[in-house]
Design a protein around this ligand. Sequence first.
Ligand code: HEM
Length: 232
Amino acid sequence: MSAANPPRPLDPAVLVAREKEDVLVGDEIVRHRLRSRVLHWTVSVTFFGCLLTGMPVWTPVFGWMANLFGGLSVCRVLHPWLGLAFFVSVVVMTMDWQSEMKLDRSKKGWWGPALFHYLKWELEDQNAGKYNEGQKFYFWTVGLGALGLLVSGLVMWFPASFAALVRELAFVLHDIAFILFAVAVVFHIYLSTSAEPGTFRSMTRGTVTRKWARLHHPRWFREVTGEDARRR
Ligand code: HEM
């Protein structure tokens, strides 16, 4: 590094977002501190690792995916270990975020038909805190789904230890769970990127704009900034 080009000081919002969240820094609000982001991306990478190594084992239609890892036999070895890593990272993420993900009993109807209005941009929950009920539901479903995949996966990993009926049930459970998971993740990626511009950066840079927070999570916006979310 030459003296003519001294290193640029790190952006204050990025620095704060290493340790803290739910704080206002200039015009940005820190939504996910570094620890939460690392956990989220560990879950994501291990999930896709499981998907890509599991699908060629599931059916020859996806056999071409095995080439990414050096062949089908490599996938068979890698898949259960990646599954274990996925489960452990989901457990750590669940412990880290569970206090913010308590379902609100007063909002029972929110993720019935209202969820579809929300997906069509017809409804914004004026009382949405840091996470809306759809996000909380997704969070707990990920935990439950990971447990289902682990239990059924262990049976398939050590088939000799289980009765034939248990093995058959495990196959069905594993397949249903991973298909539902894959569909849910497609929705999750859509909602976190193109459906709600400005959301993705919360998992990369760690911050969101005030405008984004006011629009999507008004109660959280009020709590963090002390300002009225209805003021435009
Ligand atoms: C490349 C794919 C992915 C992208 C782009 C992505 C993006 C995001 C973003 C931006 C958030 C923060 C939302 C907010 O702050 O309001 C988030 C949260 C979350 N993500 Fe992901 N994610 C991906 C993959 C996954 C996978 C594979 C899982 C689990 C298997 C997962 C589980 C979660 C959970 C449980 C939350 C918290 C609840 C929620 O905000 O919906 N994500 N994700």
